[in-house]
Each structure stands twice: as structure tokens, then as C-alpha cells.
Design a protein around this ligand. Structure first.
Ligand code: CA
Length: 247
């Protein structure tokens, strides 16, 4: 259930984007993860062995660690335990990957201090969502809770959207759609990409569904002669108009 589709290249600001270390000995999976994390704008490093990862982590800690359970050298479980015992990595956000799905294994993974736990095979959008959620929890100042463009403001914490003084009520799908678009003004997302990001890849949904929800979002955001912040790019998809609020 892993998506092999290449994500659009993300805009990256060197030095400011969070650093993620992927420790995974299955090369195709490690590549898939690096590829998609880089597309999301993260700086990615990877290691295939637990002991090599430990050496690297002793030099510099990333902002988040994606750690496979079964690794040559030192196992992910043991590495996680060691990292939690060290002062500088005690609160390092860790997502563990494993093929084991049994409840007692999950409990074991969390008991050695992993923050989250993902069972293979997983969907890439699901893992990305967990990465973002964990980074938000770990470093709330890193990811803005309030996204503002022009007179439009979206608050991720309260799930409120305002246009000027007016509160806008959105359904959960429209909220996620707006959250996704407003984060990268000007960037055009295909319907397939939006389906993947907003609905998740498990969704077997027709791409026209995206049009329906974008239509609802537009209707909710703009009244009368108010400017429409969403741009339709024929043959390509949708974007949040980067010139919105500049006039
Ligand atoms: Ca492995």
C-alpha cells in the first residue's frame, strides 16, 4: 500500500527545514521515504545499520528520527532505549517502523520510549501526517499554528477559519483542503496530489470529488464580490492564489 508516485518537489529553505534521520535497512523503503520526505521539504539523512545510526546520532541529533525495528548492528528497539537514556536525545521525536503488528510488540515499542509506531506496510501520506503531527507536538514554534493570507486566517489548533471579522464554518474535508493549499501559496497541486494529501491514499475516490469540495470551499470563503483565493489552473489543478491579499 505504499505510493511510489513522486511528490512534487517542495520548496526548501536550507537550514530552516527540519532534519530527519531515516534508519532503515530495506533500501527501496529507505529510498521511498527519503524521496517523499524531501518532497515535503525536509532535510533527510539515512543510515541502514543501527550501529552506524548510533554513531551519527552521537555527533548530531536530527529533529526527528524514523527508526526501523529490525536492523543489522543494533536493533531499532535497543537503539531507541539507548537514545532515551542519553541526555541529548532523551526527547528526540522517534517514530518506529515495524512489520510486527501485534499489540504486545506495539506496547514494547512504546515502552522503550518511541513517540509513535507505524506498522508496515503503511501508506506514505499516513506516515507524513504522523511526521508532521509529531514535529508539531515536539517543536510547536517550528510549524505555525496560524496560517494567514490576506484577510483569511486558519488556526490549526482551534480549527477556526476567519475572513476578516467573519467566522467561516468548514467541513473537515474543506478545512484540510484549505490548510493544505494555504500552506504553500502559488504552488499548483494536481487533483491526484490533493486526493492523496487530503483524503489519504486508501481513498478510492474519483478525482471529480476534489472539484466538488473545492467548490464548497470557495462558496464558504467568498461572499458576494469578495475575491476568490483559490485559483483553478486548467489542466493542472488548484492553488492558493499567492497574490491574494496583496492588492
Ligand atoms: Ca529492517
Amino acid at each position: 500500500m505504499m505510493t511510489l508516485e513522486r511528490k512534487d518537489a517542495g520548496t526548501r529553505e536550507a537550514g530552516t527545514s527540519p532534519r530527519i534521520l531515516v534508519v532503515e535497512d530495506e533500501a527501496p523503503l529507505a529510498m521511498l521515504l527519503s524521496y517523499n520526505l524531501e518532497a515535503e521539504g525536509f532535510q533527510v539523512e539515512s543510515e541502514a545499520r543501527g550501529d552506524d545510526a548510533e554513531v551519527r546520532l552521537a555527533e548530531t541529533a536530527p529533529d526527528l528520527l524514523i527508526l526501523d525495528w529490525m536492523l543489522p548492528g543494533v536493533s531499532g528497539l535497543e537503539l531507541c532505549r539507548r537514545l532515551r537514556a542519553r541526555e541529548d536525545t532523551r526527547s528526540l521525536p522517534i517514530i518506529m517502523l515495524t512489520a510486527r503488528g501485534e499489540e504486545h510488540e506495539r506496547v514494547r515499542g512504546l515502552s522503550v520510549g518511541a513517540d509513535d509506531y507505524v506498522v508496515k506496510p503503511f501508506s506514505v501520506p499516513e506516515l507524513m501526517a504522523r511526521v508532521h503531527a509529531l514535529l508539531r507536538r515536539a517543536k510547536p514554534e517550528r510549524i505555525a499554528t496560524k496560517l494567514v493570507q490576506g484577510d483569511l486566517a486558519l488556526d490549526r489548533e482551534t480549527h477556526r477559519v476567519r475572513r476578516g471579522e467573519r467566522e467561516i464554518h468548514l467541513g473537515p474535508t474543506e478545512f484540510r483542503l484549505l490548510e493544505y493549499l494555504i500552506e504553500k501559496p502559488g504552488r499548483v497541486f494536481s487533483r491526484a496530489r490533493l486526493l492523496d494529501a487530503v483524503w489519504g491514499m486508501a481513498a478510492e475516490i474519483d478525482e471529480r470529488t476534489v472539484d466538488v469540495h473545492v467548490g464548497r470551499l470557495r462558496k464558504a470563503l467568498s461572499r458576494g464580490r469578495e475575491r476568490d483565493p483559490i485559483r483553478t489552473v486548467r489542466g493542472a489543478g488548484y492553488s492558493f492564489d499567492e497574490t491574494f491579499g496583496r492588492d
